[in-house]
Write a protein that binds this ligand. Sequence first.
Ligand code: SIN
Length: 305
Amino acid sequence: MHQDPYRSGIEADIQSSGSVPSQRIEIRAFDAPAGAEVLGLDLSLPLGVDDFARIHRAHLDHHVLVFRDQRITPDQHIAFSRRFGPLQIHVLHQFQLAGYPEVLVVSNIVEDGKPVGLGDAGHFWHSDLSYKENPSLGSLLHAQELPSEGGDTLFANMHLAWDTLPAHLRNAVEGRLAQHTYLAKYAELQQRSPWRPDLSAQQIAQVKPVLQPVVRTHPETGRKALFVSEHFTTHIAGLPDDESRELLDALFAHSVRPEHLYRHVWAEHDLVFWDNRSLMHLAAGTPNHLRRKMYRTTIEGDVPF
Ligand code: SIN
């Protein structure tokens, strides 16, 4: 177990609520269907309860927050993430940051013939860990090394996708369940990339298919959102294969219409925190000759309803 002095600091701060001075935080919404940037906040310092409450509220309102210029350590990244809930450990333990099982390294860098991280994470649209009974509440991705071009991350607002879904599609899916599985595209990804190791029986046992509602209710805001994705959703329960496929394709196409999207162009030391209950995301891709390295934590969420 690594030391986590920052977390102990936070616990002390929470106990002596109000004793940590507020930082001069500014939250600026993007002119986009999701997203806001948080300025004037230094996450390497203890975070008081009032500032935490503002960030929490902004996260619910904007779904994705961009914390600029965060020079934080993995311990601090983990400790901030834990303020929102317990962390989940990714099934691909091969790409954990050494000494920090809570941190998944997302990177296209290959050193001495060995990938340092999961290079094709986010290749298909998805909501993190939707294949678990308790999918992720949110994820925090911290830029370590950025390419000079490419490497953007796209976010689709799934509340808007639901709100604007044509009535015939709403009627077809409301109240239905769909199967999500981690393995849905694993073989396809494995064929074309060096980042997908063969899974052990133990790893496969950790990612058994689950049924999730096609339309979920956000547990904190009560807003409805579409909850199916190109990467992990394989079938709508109770429908013949062809009907399910057609419906899923229509839902996927509608979800990622340009008017639902925010495109994040990364800046050095950005920490981006998105709500997996409200959004799907996609890694737009990095040219092979350029290096990109990010650290990701994922916070466990509720069972969707
Ligand atoms: C992910 O899907 O978590 C990775 C997104 C990215 O690398 O932009």
